[in-house]
Write a protein that binds this ligand. Structure first.
Ligand code: IPE
Ligand code: IPE
Ligand code: MG
Length: 251
């Protein structure tokens, strides 16, 4: 941690936690065992982000496309999610962590949905860190949902075409109140976005590691942060412009 510069920490880290299945396969275990081990990594990485002082952490835990996986796997993932919410509530309250969720939440089984809402409600006044779970999440659906909401507001006379700036559009997304991610980590070596935060990652720094998610530990997170802090974010400007005014930010 001494290697990190506190003023240059990302405000928002997003993680595509991938590789649970391959982790299990390598050990001749079932995919579900991989997800169970992956849930432990979630616990560890949330704690690490809280200790390091990351204000917002978004974890891609279940995509819209993941509903098409074998039914037993989807069921096991939903059970693990419930276990996680039940077991972590105390820690979230003690550590001042606010839980949020992004995605098509109405698609979730009722018991999962209710437990999620209860946990969000119980933690809603917490302010040290936001843990945002991307659940039943699809980036294209999020954008289409935003367009639908804008059209409804237009019909009600609440918005005019000239009001639609990038900021206003962002306010219609699931992530409305969150800053865009500064750093996106993907584990297990896959070089793709898989329909994650398509709008929000316009200027996000990408970090891909071969480490499988169940093996991803605090030390790996610190390595990603060290690399992030060594990058020069230019937001379309020249290197010289950034050196002259290092505080320049996208927004
Ligand atoms: C990531 O691990 C967890 C979810 C997508 C739910 P995977 O289950 O995708 O693991 P691999 O990619 O098959 O190894
Ligand atoms: C992305 O992982 C979704 C989550 C991590 C929840 P996938 O394993 O579903 O992505 P693809 O299929 O490899 O693109
Ligand atoms: Mg995968």
């Amino acid at each position: 941690m001494e290697r990190l510069i506190p003023e240059k920490l990302p405000r928002h880290i997003a993680i595509i936690l991938d590789g649970n299945g391959r982790w299990a396969k390598k050990r001749n275990l079932s995919r579900i065992e991989g997800h169970r081990k992956g849930a432990d990594s979630v616990r560890k990485i949330v704690r690490a982000c809280r200790e390091i002082g990351i204000p917002v952490l978004t974890l891609y835990v279940f995509s819209e496309e993941n509903w098409k996986r074998p039914q037993e796997e989807v069921w096991a993932l939903m059970e693990l999610l419930k276990d996680y919410l039940r077991s972590e509530l105390k820690e979230m309250l003690e550590n001042d962590i606010k839980l949020m969720a992004s995605g098509n939440l109405h698609h979730l089984p009722q018991d999962v949905y209710h437990l999620l809402m209860e946990t969000m409600e119980a933690t809603r006044h917490n302010s040290r860190m936001i843990l945002n779970l991307a659940l039943s999440y699809g980036g294209r659906t999020e954008i289409l949902d935003a367009i639908r909401k804008i059209m409804w507001d237009y019909k009600e006379g609440l918005i005019r075409p000239e009001d639609i700036t990038a900021e206003r559009f962002s306010s219609y997304l699931y992530t409305a109140d969150l800053p865009d991610p500064d750093l996106l980590i993907r584990t297990s070596g896959e070089f793709r976005i898989s329909n994650f935060l398509l709008w929000q990652i316009a200027y996000t720094e990408l970090y891909i590691t071969d480490t499988l998610w169940p093996d991803f530990a605090k030390e790996d997170l610190i390595m990603a942060l060290v690399e992030y802090q060594n990058r020069e974010r230019r937001f379309g400007l020249t290197g010289e412009q950034i050196e002259a005014s290092p505080c320049v930010q996208e927004k």
